[in-house]
Design a protein around this ligand. Structure first.
Ligand code: AKG
Length: 273
């Protein structure tokens, strides 16, 4: 497939403060398929949240946490051998502080700017990329994992620690959300299409604690291994507007948490699930 994507530039990105230029957030997001919101949470708030982050990882380990490194050829090609990543879905089932973070008005104001006033948390996901050996993610689109009827799903990665390129920060191809649904792009099976989008050619979104990297679920994204002496800690939120919903029969964990506004698709049967 031929594309009209702009030339990638490593470690360049546009940013805006949570309080200031949010009106430009939507236009930047619509143009580029991603948006890095700077300083949404304060350093103090992140220090508090990091305590619960570490507690979640310790609790997972006490139950025998497994290495959640992706299998498959694509993952091996980007250096996943002998790497480790700790992961759990839905941190809000562990920690009230994290649930409060998802309800934080500063967070929701930015999300509202991007997807409107009805905000549903589909799921959240903790990732700890250990120092020296933190696993990479091959380039992929997210839609194959939880396709929705209106394709309005986005992710917002909340940075608990700094994430530099050496630490395996998120990398994106600006404008790739315009590709729409491309088959076989989940990043876990061999894809000639994804060969056109190597990790090296993507823009690295380096971030500080409290920054949030938002991206559309069509946006091609991935990350390199963490080869630094520092641990990379993030919590990803997967969000959609209240007039969208995942397609019938999708088996991915779905929290259906209404963070703001209304879920127009809720019905009695879902309440019983
Ligand atoms: O956190 C990262 O480095 C990437 C995560 C990711 O691509 C995903 O969960 O879909």
């Amino acid at each position: 497939m031929s594309t009209t994507l702009q030339e990638p530039s490593v470690t360049s990105h546009t940013s805006a403060s949570a309080s200031g230029a949010t009106s430009s957030a939507r236009s930047f997001f619509e143009e580029n398929g991603y948006y890095l919101a700077k300083g949404v949470f304060s350093p103090e708030e992140m220090r508090e949240l990091e305590i619960d982050f570490d507690r979640i990882v310790a609790q997972m380990n006490s139950f025998g946490a497994e290495n959640a490194v992706w299998g498959g050829e694509e993952s091996a090609r980007v250096g996943s051998k002998n790497t480790v990543i700790y992961h759990t879905h839905n941190v809000q089932i562990y920690s009230a502080a994290w649930l409060r973070a998802f309800m934080n008005p500063r967070f929701l104001d930015v999300v509202q700017e991007l997807i409107g006033p009805d905000i549903i948390l589909h799921h959240s996901k903790l990732f700890q990329k250990p120092s020296e050996k933190g696993s990479p993610f091959p380039m992929h689109q997210d839609w194959p994992y939880f396709p929705t009827i209106k394709d309005k799903m986005i992710a917002g990665i909340i940075h608990v620690t700094r994430a530099t390129d050496e630490m395996g920060c998120l990398r994106v191809y600006p404008g790739s959300h315009r590709l729409g649904r491309v088959e076989n792009t989940n990043g876990q099976s061999r894809s000639e299409f994804l060969d056109q989008y190597p990790l090296d050619g993507a823009v690295a979104l380096e971030a500080e604690p409290g920054d949030i990297a938002f991206f559309h679920y069509f946006t091609l994204h991935g990350s390199k291994p963490n080869v630094s002496p520092h641990i990379r800690k993030t919590v990803l939120t997967q969000l959609h507007p209240g007039d969208d919903r995942v397609e019938e029969g999708n088996r991915h964990p779905n929290a259906r948490l209404v963070l703001r506004g209304w879920n127009h698709h809720s019905r009695r049967a879902l309440g019983n699930e």
